[in-house]
Design a protein around this ligand. Structure first.
Ligand code: SF4
Length: 244
């Protein structure tokens, strides 16, 4: 079966911490984040041809042993009912990794489909999950960042996904893209307290070059040194629970 895979990066050293990964981009998203850089892929996926899965598999086979795993990103991959089948296929396809070595799968998600996350993890299909925390966990704030009206039920789904990752056995990270007009320093620390015990919570600086919302192009990102200091504090906060 072929899948509407809209992008393929053969080798990435930055999408999966400590791993060499190939990256698959899946179309569509249920959010419209104002800072989104993948907006064509998200909103106009029909602009892009599908990457035939056979070609991707052929490419990965040639590089078996060099690639640790595959990062599945988007868009929002969990929207697709065929995602589990795609991952099962990639994990079981012959020759993608050396004998006895399982090809790792990393999933990027916005956390709005906890049941998908739970099922994939329950089936042992995920080796790493990176979940975005868009901002303070309040419906109004989330809606203003994600560009879609959303209510408490969506926030409950996001909270459920956080719990699944915090309580699950797998490796994971939480991530926040810091747009200075959307989130303040103390709010970042409050989010870090919300995910105490997390394996990682990564702060990503906002890139004003090509956001969905044109008006964000004039927003000045956080100073790199300030960002480093915030990351250090966040690293301390998420460990607090483990130490107590
Ligand atoms: S969750 Fe937001 S940033 Fe991620 S793909 Fe969807 S719209 Fe873009």
């Amino acid at each position: 079966m072929d899948y509407p895979i809209k992008g393929f990066i053969e080798t990435s050293f930055s999408d999966w911490p400590g791993k060499v990964a190939a990256v698959l981009f899946l179309p569509s998203c249920n959010f419209r984040c104002l800072y989104c850089h993948n907006h064509d892929l998200v909103f106009l996926p029909e602009k892009y041809p599908d990457f035939p899965l056979g070609e991707i598999v052929g490419n990965l086979r040639k590089r078996s042993g060099w690639i640790d795993g595959i990062c599945i990103t988007g868009g929002e991959p969990t929207l697709h009912s065929w995602l589990p089948a795609l991952i099962r296929f990639l994990k079981s396809a012959a020759g993608l990794s050396p004998p006895g070595v399982s090809l790792g799968i990393k999933l990027d998600t916005n956390g709005t489909r906890p049941e998908v996350l739970r099922n994939l993890m329950g089936e042992g299909l995920l080796d790493y999950v990176a979940m975005d925390l868009k901002g303070p966990l309040e419906a109004q704030r989330y809606a203003s960042i994600t560009g879609v009206p959303l209510g408490e039920e969506v926030m409950a789904q996001i909270q459920a996904s956080i719990q699944i990752l915090l309580q699950g056995p797998g490796d994971h990270e939480f991530r926040t893209t810091l747009v200075p007009t959307f989130i303040g320093e103390e709010e970042v620390y409050a989010l870090a307290r919300r995910v105490r015990g997390a394996k990682r919570y990564t702060l990503q600086n906002f890139d004003p070059r090509d956001p969905l919302e044109e008006g964000l192009k004039s927003v000045v990102p956080f100073d790199e040194q300030a960002l480093r200091q915030m990351q250090e504090r966040v690293n301390e906060i998420i460990k607090e629970k483990l130490a107590s």
